[in-house]
Design a protein. Structure first.
Length: 170
């Protein structure tokens, strides 16, 4: 019986499917999309999709690239919308990477929403979002949910993005 419609065996995923997605993702590194392009005012996912010659927003995996180095892997059912949230989101949920970067290993004793209300933390958060806006993004469409979730961990390990990626639940 398949999980989420994925008909591949784990062995086939590990030896063929995931490496093929990784090859597609690495190919996208050659012409990544500047995150600043995704941060523009009044330019939503539909316009971005047209600009990128895609039929619309899509499910897949994305990698943020800072100074030529992959630094964060993410997945979404709406990749373009999610990438915009990283640079335009105002909450710790919308811009979770900016929140993590603003923490920078500090274990403040506040809840996430409380930290976002403090002036000192908000400055760190805004600075982190500006840093993300200077990054580039590459992405690959993956329509099968199981393949997408397994690929996220595979890509994070393959591209060594452990500084900002975590798979702990909270």
């Amino acid at each position: 019986m398949s999980i989420d419609g994925c008909e591949h065996t784990f062995k086939n995923l590990a030896t063929n499917v995931l490496p093929a997605y990784m090859a597609q993702l690495r190919y996208q590194f050659e012409s990544p999309v500047p995150m600043s392009r995704l941060a523009r005012d009044r330019v939503g996912p539909a316009t971005l999709a047209k600009e990128l010659e895609r039929p619309g927003d899509f499910q897949g995996c994305y990698v943020l690239i800072g100074e030529g180095t992959p630094c964060y892997i993410g997945i979404s059912r709406s990749v373009l919308s999610r990438l915009r949230q990283h640079v335009r989101g105002r909450s710790h949920c919308d811009a979770s990477l900016a929140y993590r970067m603003a923490c920078n290993g500090d274990n403040h004793n506040m809840r996430r929403a409380e930290a976002m209300k403090t002036e000192w933390f908000r400055k760190r958060f805004d600075k982190a979002q500006k840093r993300i806006q200077r990054m580039d993004a590459a992405f690959v469409e993956i329509t099968n949910h199981l393949e997408l979730h397994v690929f996220e961990a595979y890509a994070a390990m393959e591209l060594k993005t452990a500084k900002w990626n975590t798979f702990r639940t909270h």
